[in-house]
Design a protein around this ligand. Structure first.
Ligand code: SAH
Ligand code: ZN
Ligand code: ZN
Ligand code: ZN
Ligand code: ZN
Length: 434
């Protein structure tokens, strides 16, 4: 399956303009092109489908429009902001949150939710940490909501304030946004602003239109239309020298090319805000993603480099850092900032390599032959003279395949590259990165 990208005149599903796809076989397009939902990789979440050359009747178009309208959230963002204002005026005893509908309830609505589970006595502190109040939408392939562990979130926030940034465009990073907002309300000297762009509309119950935009990062769609787009544009405009950085942590199963295309549009938006000042500069960005996507990301953003810092999550079944020894997280920071400026915590074992001019994991040894610190996963890698590069410690050189790979592999060459790491020789399911 290949993505042909956002096409002009594409039909829309409830998640905005659909993306154009085509089936491919051995690198060649095969069969009819079709449109499918940009946001949902699970047909159960959105089953939009249309052949590119399909004639759609007026009645079907009308039905589709009606369907799209009916599949918008029950309240608008504006309504949610007004509801919030009323909610905070209530005494604690009347502040309820419906867990089933994931909604703050006003007393007049209790009746309707009487057989739903709800939480009582919602405190101001709870309202300030919606990511704790809302359940993470992790079961759905679509949202893949994995929240930063506090330690990683602190690290990111300190890093970007130390770098002098005063504005953060938080794209799919609700917990970072929340941490910024709460620091602002607690500390007088803390003057960082954040705008959250996320497809999870539940957040509109807690943030104003200047703090949250309902946004789809796979097709750069602002659900709030031109007004929301303008909010984002204004936010990116660096008045009084307040520098902006974009931080994003997209669902990992997402299509890298679709994400890259949207991020380029956000970068272009930033660039357009100032006519001369930005010259050839790019909007600074942290793209948080697993290390095995490195080559894919660099294809789209050659100016980026991958940092060794391992980003930890609270609710990720595999990469959670627990008290009982931690599994190494494969998630890294990709950035277009100069690597030497990204200072990683020495107390967690990171050290500065003077040759590479960047901080690296403690296990990442500088290879004299490659002349770089080559480990991607934090373990010490070994150099293979035949491959002329460093490889994972568990790999060995297979003469049949003439490359290094896992001991257990079938020596048949497949033409198409792996969907995950892009390398030939194996399918996604057998990707050694996993
Ligand atoms: N680690 C981050 C959360 C990352 S999980 C944090 O703790 O702040 C991925 C996030 O992207 C979720 O908030 C999810 O709602 C959002 N998301 C998923 N699909 C999206 C899409 N198509 N457009 C915009 N945001 C999306
Ligand atoms: Zn859809
Ligand atoms: Zn080095
Ligand atoms: Zn080497
Ligand atoms: Zn080798």
């Amino acid at each position: 399956l290949a993505l042909l990208g956002p096409a002009p005149g594409a039909p829309s599903c409830p998640h905005g303009p659909a993306l154009l796809f085509v089936k491919t076989s051995q690198g060649k397009e095969e069969g009819r092109r079709f449109y499918a939902c940009s946001a949902c990789r699970d047909r159960k979440d959105c089953n939009f489908f249309q052949w590119e050359d399909e004639k759609v009747s007026e009645t079907r178009l009308a039905a589709r429009e009606e369907y799209n309208r009916n599949h918008q959230p029950p309240f608008t963002h504006r309504q949610n902001v007004d509801r919030y204002k009323n909610f905070v005026l209530l005494p604690l005893s009347k502040r309820r949150f419906c867990q089933e509908c994931q909604q703050l309830l006003l007393p007049a609505e209790w009746e309707k939710h009487s057989d739903h589970q709800f939480l009582c006595d919602i405190t101001t502190a709870q309202l300030k940490s919606p990511s704790q109040l809302l359940y993470p939408l992790e079961n759905k392939k679509t949202n893949a909501q994995y929240l930063f562990a506090d330690r990683s979130c602190q690290f990111l926030l300190n890093l970007l304030t130390d770098l002098g940034f005063r504005r953060v465009l938080s794209v799919g990073t609700p917990r970072l946004h929340e941490m910024i907002q709460s620091r602002v309300s607690q500390e007088e000297e803390f003057s960082v602003r954040s705008l959250l762009l996320d497809i999870d509309f539940r957040y509109s119950q807690f943030y104003t239109e200047d703090e949250f935009c309902h946004y789809n990062m796979f097709n750069h769609h602002f659900f709030g239309g031109e007004a929301a787009r303008e909010t984002c544009r204004k936010f990116l405009y660096e008045e009084s020298g307040e520098r902006v950085i974009m931080v994003t942590d997209p669902p990992f199963g997402g299509l890298v090319e679709a994400l890259a295309s949207s991020f380029k549009k956000l970068m272009a938006m930033w660039k357009e805000t100032e006519k001369e000042g930005h010259d050839n500069k790019e909007m600074p960005m942290f793209w948080i993603f697993p290390y095995f996507f490195e080559s894919r990301i660099l294809d789209f953003f050659p100016s980026f480099s991958m940092m060794d810092y391992q980003v930890d999550y609270d609710n990720h079944p595999l990469y959670k850092h627990g008290k009982t020894g931690r599994r190494q997280s494969p998630v890294r920071i990709f950035t277009n900032l100069t690597p030497s400026m990204i200072v990683l915590p020495e107390e967690e074992g990171y050290r500065f390599c003077t040759v590479c001019q960047r901080y690296v994991s403690s296990g990442n040894q500088h290879c004299e032959i490659c002349n770089s610190c080559t480990s991607k996963d934090g373990r010490r890698w070994k150099h293979c003279v035949l491959c002329k590069k460093c490889v994972k410690p568990s790999w060995f050189h297979c003469n049949k395949c003439s490359c290094c790979t896992l001991q257990k592999h079938s020596c048949e060459q497949t033409d198409v590259g792996c969907f995950l790491c892009g390398k030939a020789g194996h399918k996604r399911s057998a990707c050694p990165s996993l």
